[in-house]
Design a binder for this molecule. Structure first.
Ligand SMILES: [Zn+2]
Ligand SMILES: [Zn+2]
Ligand SMILES: [Zn+2]
Ligand SMILES: [Zn+2]
Ligand SMILES: [Zn+2]
Ligand SMILES: [Zn+2]
Length: 410
């Protein structure tokens, strides 16, 4: 969802080549571009899977704080069941599977009572239901306030969608209730600079956030451009500017009559950061407010963890906001670490293999790889995109390689 053509699981590699050949506008792909494309796809898949290798059903782990979830419309057409990555691959291969990106507090349903007679191959002994799972319309393959599928067969162009960190539904940028999509906080390159998005429907539930200083809101304006260098550092808001705090740093309309903001001080020995009882401060009025919210990086660490505030979050059903592992930021960080480790191990294995060879064998292999690359590249460059690849073409590539090898040996 974050990028177009995400394939869920590193299974899209072969398809990428086919796609490149079929796309008339882009008839040739260099080896470099091809490899780059695969790496980007793999990275994206690894980020969604959170470093899960997709081999074991996650049911045994209970309701995981966050995991990639898939819905199988072949097995559960009304969209009231979801399965883990491993099950999507092992138990629902060839079915109509909807990729839901990640969901919080979900337990794999594969093969339980919702799946009729379809048994789970990986973890068949499941209880009939997972009562704490929740299923929004994404599980039926529809998204946003417009309830369209993703990708949308009727859309001219697949656009990125934004996930709400409360309801976890996905939204088109032009369907989130802003006057213009220009209001979405982005940097000069157009990259999003917010950590979390809260949709219009969920913002009343989170209206207490309006009690916090402006720096917890992602601002569309570059903060450097108007001298306000207030920042979140280690969960504390610091203001580096000497003068008075500028009041226009937040992008949020003042006409909403936001509650009087607290000034956060650093002491956090059980005292309330806001120095108030938020449940009395935020009352009925907040049910009328519905503007989408964009939260700045690090905002979750700023919000108060005193007993009164924690009770308030629990009542509102948003206690997960103060759990670090709930955030996509953290989930992806862990995924990246696991990925780097995996890549290091792979490189290590390749290096070990090369080291076990004598010099002649090494040269033989390295030039072989190089010949293969060159041959494959000229094959791609000479390829007529209107024709399908035949086994004859492939044989020609290998015959050329064999000739080269003979030339070198003679
Ligand atoms: Zn499973
Ligand atoms: Zn299925
Ligand atoms: Zn299964
Ligand atoms: Zn929409
Ligand atoms: Zn929402
Ligand atoms: Zn508090």
């Amino acid at each position: 969802m974050a990028g177009e053509g995400s394939s869920g699981g590193g299974v899209g590699g072969g398809a990428a080549v086919v796609g490149a050949f079929q796309d008339e506008a882009e008839p040739t792909v260099t080896i470099g571009e091809y490899i780059e494309g695969i790496e980007a796809e793999e990275l994206e898949a690894d980020l969604v899977l959170g470093g899960d290798d997709g081999k074991e059903c996650t049911f045994g782990g209970g309701y995981l704080k966050r995991q990639a979830v898939f819905s199988c419309l072949t097995c559960v057409p009304d969209g009231v069941g979801g399965v883990c990555t491993a099950c999507s691959l092992a138990c629902h291969d060839g079915h109509e599977v909807v990729e839901l990106w990640t969901k919080r507090k979900f337990r794999c349903d594969c093969g339980n009572s919702k799946f009729g007679s379809h048994a789970c191959k990986l973890f068949p002994e499941k209880e009939p239901e997972n009562p704490a799972n929740s299923y929004n319309h994404n599980f039926k393959g529809s998204y946003c306030t417009c309830s369209r599928p993703y990708p949308d067969p009727e859309a001219e162009k697949q656009v990125e969608m934004i996930q709400c960190c409360i309801c976890e539904d996905w939204f088109h940028e032009d369907h989130i209730g802003l006057n213009s999509i220009e209001e979405i906080p982005r940097d000069e390159e157009g990259e999003p600079i917010y950590e979390d998005f809260i949709c219009q429907k969920c913002s009343p539930q989170c209206y207490f956030l309006k009690l916090y200083p402006d720096s917890i809101w992602a601002s569309n304006k570059q903060s450097s451009s108007h001298g306000d260098t207030e920042k979140i550092e280690n969960g504390v808001i610091t203001n580096h500017s000497n003068g008075e705090k500028t009041s226009d740093s937040g992008k949020f309309p003042k006409e909403n009559a936001a509650p009087e903001k607290a000034s956060l001080d650093e002491s956090s020995d059980g005292k309330c950061k806001l120095e108030m009882n938020i449940s009395t401060k935020i009352q009925s009025a907040d049910s009328e407010k519905n503007m989408p919210f964009f939260m700045s990086k690090g905002w979750r660490e700023v919000i108060c963890r005193c007993e009164t505030c924690m009770d308030f979050y629990a009542q509102r059903g948003v206690a997960y906001l103060i759990d670090k592992e709930d955030s996509i930021e953290e989930y992806e960080k862990v995924a990246k670490q696991k990925r780097e480790k995996k890549l290091e191990q792979q490189e290590g294995a390749e290096a070990n293999f090369l080291n076990s060879l004598d010099h002649v064998q090494k040269i033989e292999i390295l030039t072989g790889i190089n010949d293969m690359k060159n041959e494959f590249q000229s094959f791609l460059e000479s390829f007529d995109p209107s024709k399908p690849v035949t086994s004859e073409d492939i044989r020609a590539v290998f015959e050329n390689l064999a000739k080269k090898k003979k030339q070198r040996l003679s």
